[in-house]
Each structure stands twice: as structure tokens, then as C-alpha cells.
Design a protein around this ligand. Structure first.
Ligand SMILES: Nc1ccn([C@@H]2O[C@H](COP(=O)(O)OP(=O)(O)OP(=O)(O)O)[C@@H](O)[C@H]2O)c(=O)n1
Ligand SMILES: C[C@](O)(CO)[C@H](O)COP(=O)(O)O
Length: 237
């Protein structure tokens, strides 16, 4: 237990990076694809490690990951800790990471889960999330309001309904919750695609913190080109 006099909840980042990138269709997992001369994963790791509010960055890699050790990460400093405990699903990988830090994280510490597949994370995204959720009872996530009209379709792609979009948001990452709350929620959850879903299933209501569209998830080949443009032109957009 840490001394109370210098008590400040710590912020641990967990970066799930154990996916196969099947929708990208590349020869290697998308987190290692070249993006402006460095592996895609490195972009958000650099930002997380350089952000003073973040105390440690745990990267969850697949057990058989043979790419990680091909790179020199030493310039990112001692904050960065690789964990070879990825699972079959993203939620399994995040839970594996949470379990791996059980002796380091305390109940009141915050965990920020960030997709390795979101390389355009900016420091202001992290700082805004940490600032706006600092006193929140539950925690929350970066999100952007839905801008397109949304349709629900049947199996034959015929429209069933237009979904009112005025209260719809697209979830992003980082998603930030207290360590024990998040671990227990994920241990109880089934078939969740983000951390907030597990928290909601526990009967709690995460807060949305507005980010922006530059923090896209690189899922399909086009997204890699969009990420490249964003990283090269972020200052002017
Ligand atoms: N078993 C898994 C699956 C995904 N992820 C990570 O979760 C993030 C978001 O997942 P996604 O974009 O779906 O990545 P992939 O699962 O690799 O992509 P795909 O679904 O196209 O295979 C990625 O950083 C990915 O590496 C993970 O750590 N463990
Ligand atoms: C966590 C997430 O990025 C929020 O939008 C998204 O759910 C990840 O989905 P994926 O299918 O695992 O990429």
C-alpha cells in the first residue's frame, strides 16, 4: 500500500496488441505494418510514454508474437512493459493484461485501455480524458458523435429502420476505468467489444468524453492511408 501523503491515483495504460488484423488482409498483423517509417503500434506507444500523466504502458502481445523483439523500444524508456499474454478475443487480451499487473495496480488506480490499432492518438486526447474523468465515480471513454444517418437492415440488406442518431456516439479508445472495477466487470462479461460494455453490463454508466475523428481505428487498408494523412497533416486540421 502506497504512503497516503503523496497519494495520487496512478494511470496505467494497457494496449491490446495481440490481434491478427484479418480485416486488413496484410501478410503481418496490422500493428506492425509500416506507418511513416515505423511500425503502426509505435505511434501511440510514443505518445503514451511521453505523456506525464501516464505512469506505465503495458502492451499486451500474443504469446507467440515474433515481431516485437525485432524492434528496439529502449528509447521509449522504462514506462514501457511488454506482456506476452494476449487471448483469443480483444476482451481476453485486456483481461490478461489486467491480471498480469495484479501485484502492481491498486484498487483506486486508473487503467486506460487503448487499441494499438489507433495510431493517431494525441496527447490532448489523453489529457482531456484524464481531466474530465478525474472525479467521476465510474470512468468513461473517448467518443465522437455519429455524423451519418444510420440504417438497421435485415439479412437481405433491406432497410428495417432509420436509427435516430441525435444521441448516438461512436466509441473509441482510450477507455478509462478503475483497476478493480474494470477487472471484475470483464471477468463477469461475455461477448463485449469494448471495456465500457462490460462496465454497463455491471449496471454502471460510463461517461463519454468527446474526442475527434482523427483517432480512427486502422481496420481496413484504406484506414492506413487515412492515418498516414492525419499524422502528416494533423497540425493543419
Ligand atoms: N485477440 C485480440 C484481438 C484484438 N486485439 C487488439 O485489439 C485492438 C482492436 O482490435 P481490432 O481492430 O479488431 O484488431 P484485430 O482483431 O487484429 O483485427 P481483425 O478483427 O480485423 O482481425 C487491436 O489493437 C488488436 O491488436 C487483441 O489484443 N487481442
Ligand atoms: C474498442 C473499440 O475500438 C471501440 O470502438 C472497438 O470496439 C474495437 O472493436 P474491434 O472489432 O475489436 O476492432
Amino acid at each position: 500500500m502506497r504512503a497516503m501523503q503523496n497519494f495520487r491515483p496512478r494511470h496505467f495504460a494497457i494496449v491490446p496488441a495481440a490481434g491478427s488484423g484479418s480485416r486488413m488482409g496484410a501478410a503481418q498483423p496490422k500493428q506492425y505494418l509500416d506507418l511513416l517509417g515505423k511500425p503502426l503500434i509505435r505511434h501511440s506507444l510514443e505518445v503514451l510514454c511521453a505523456t506525464p500523466e501516464i505512469d506505465k504502458v503495458f502492451v499486451v502481445l500474443s504469446i507467440g508474437d515474433a515481431e516485437w523483439k525485432r524492434y528496439d523500444w529502449s528509447d521509449l524508456g522504462p514506462k514501457l512493459v511488454p506482456l506476452f499474454c494476449g487471448g483469443a478475443t480483444r476482451a481476453d487480451s485486456v483481461l490478461g493484461g489486467l491480471r498480469a499487473i495484479v501485484h502492481e495496480a491498486e484498487q483506486s488506480d486508473w487503467v486506460l485501455v487503448h487499441d494499438a490499432a489507433r495510431p493517431c492518438l494525441a496527447r490532448w486526447h489523453i489529457e482531456k480524458l484524464v481531466r474530465e474523468l478525474a472525479h467521476d465515480e465510474v470512468g468513461g471513454l473517448l467518443a465522437v458523435p455519429v455524423a451519418d444517418t444510420l440504417k438497421r437492415a435485415d439479412a437481405h440488406r433491406h432497410v428495417l429502420e432509420t436509427v435516430p442518431r441525435d444521441s448516438l456516439w461512436q466509441a473509441q479508445t482510450p477507455q478509462m476505468f478503475r483497476y478493480v472495477m474494470l477487472r471484475r466487470a470483464l471477468e463477469a462479461a461475455t461477448n463485449v467489444t469494448d471495456e465500457a460494455s462490460a462496465i454497463e453490463a455491471a449496471g454502471l454508466r460510463p461517461r463519454l468524453v468527446e474526442g475527434d475523428a482523427t483517432n480512427l481505428k486502422v481496420t481496413y487498408p484504406l484506414d492506413l492511408h487515412l492515418a498516414e494523412w492525419i499524422l502528416e497533416n494533423r497540425g493543419s486540421c
